[in-house]
Write a protein that binds this ligand. Structure first.
Ligand code: GDP
Length: 367
């Protein structure tokens, strides 16, 4: 969507847009959604809406070419083209600008709800409150307030980047099938020949409402095949940077019969030991009645869907054990967190003036 704003917005769009129902945009009612053509009788089909005297939305096809053509024509009509970055004439503070930018990158409702709270002032109020506490000489309380904000920093950063969950295990245990079952459609290639997934395939899914990038890795095993060795190397790198690893085995074929510790499994697979992986015993549908998976593994079937809801819930709990209640202040950018970290350090050193300066900087006005 191209947003055209300013006193000459309607006139500029009128130079390029022909509404199918006839009248120029200036004569169309506010809020009316008008289908028409851009630039010429045979031009691109677009949908245009005059939302206010000085605001017009142009909805064109996606991709690069269609929006670029609209922008070029508007530039020729006298508009200045700006990258959309959340900047808006009515944003008062940098937090507001950052929240709008983050909302544009945000892919799930739950993450958006947290960011909307910050856009609505939750973070600004909490920081202002910490400043008041500091000014009142209650240094320990102010330190606690800043620490509480910083504790939610990791969650705040993941609202836009997403958490990273890696599915790992030996070939053919059903990793790709599990990924498809969780994401909800066929993304990874499923094949009953071991070693088919050569690269790391990733997809973003909403897990308990949080954005999660799921990666299906190549099966991990000792091999002399250089291609497979290279893909196993990538799988290891993905595991190292993951927030959570699902260690998959096939039900009834535990990797090391008799051992239940995930750390042992990682060692045997030559994996970096992921902190607290979730062990998954897939293919539970093939299990004999009464047969239990080894150790603390969660029994699932990618084929029938059995156990998947429990697995998804467990992933959600592991990634966000303590979801913030509605309205809670959450710092969500590197800038905010760095200032808060420096404020905490300054409070620690007893330099209250500097601490206040950092807190004030979090609340900087939009430039
Ligand atoms: P990967 O190599 O670990 O990624 O395994 P795939 O997902 O490619 O699956 C290997 C084979 O196991 C395929 O034939 C799948 O259809 C089969 N498979 C995967 N999950 C299940 C399951 O839950 N139950 C059964 N019965 N077969 C499964």
């Amino acid at each position: 969507m191209v947003h055209v704003a300013g006193p000459a917005a309607v006139a500029a769009v009128d130079r390029c847009f022909r509404a199918a129902n006839g009248p120029p945009l200036a004569q169309q009612p506010f809020g009316a959604i008008r289908f028409g053509r851009w630039s010429s009788e045979t031009g691109e089909e677009v949908v245009v809406c005059r939302t206010a005297d000085d605001r017009v939305e142009v909805h064109c096809h996606g991709g690069d070419a269609a929006p670029r053509a609209v922008l070029d024509d508007l530039a020729a009509a006298g508009c200045t083209v700006r990258e959309w970055s959340g900047h808006s004439n009515d944003a008062d503070s940098l937090i507001e600008v950052e929240a709008r930018r983050a909302l544009a990158d945000c892919v799930t409702d739950r993450a958006a709800a947290v960011l909307l709270d910050q856009l609505g002032g939750a973070l600004a109020e909490a920081v202002a409150d910490a400043r008041r506490t500091l000014a009142a000489g209650k240094t320990d309380d102010a330190a606690d307030q800043v620490a509480a904000l910083l504790a939610l920093g990791p969650l705040g950063r993941r609202l836009t980047s997403g958490w990273r969950v890696v599915i790992a295990g030996r070939p053919n245990v059903g990793k790709s099938s599990l990924m498809n079952a969780i994401v909800g459609y066929r993304r990874a290639i499923v094949f009953d020949e071991p070693g088919v997934t050569r690269d790391v395939v990733s997809e973003v899914a909403a897990i308990e409402g949080w954005p999660v990038e799921l990666s299906d890795t190549a099966g991990l095993r000792d091999t002399d095949d250089p291609l497979e060795a290279a893909s196993a190397q990538r799988a290891r790198a993905a595991i190292e940077s993951a927030d959570l690893v699902l260690l998959v085995e096939a039900f009834g074929e535990p990797i090391t019969p008799g051992t239940s510790s995930a750390e042992d499994l990682c060692e045997r697979l030559g994996l970096p030991t992921p902190s607290k992986p979730i062990r998954v015993a897939n293919k539970a549908d093939l299990a004999m009645a009464g047969c239990e998976p080894g150790g603390e593994a969660m029994a699932v079937s990618a084929t029938t869907g059995a156990g998947l809801a429990e697995l998804v819930a467990a992933i959600g709990r592991r990634l966000v054990p303590d979801p913030p209640p509605p309205g809670r202040a959450v710092p969500f950018t590197a800038r905010q967190q760095e200032r808060l970290t420096r404020a905490a350090a300054a409070i620690d050193l007893g330099d209250l003036e500097q601490a206040d300066g950092h807190l004030q900087a979090v609340l900087a006005p939009a430039d």
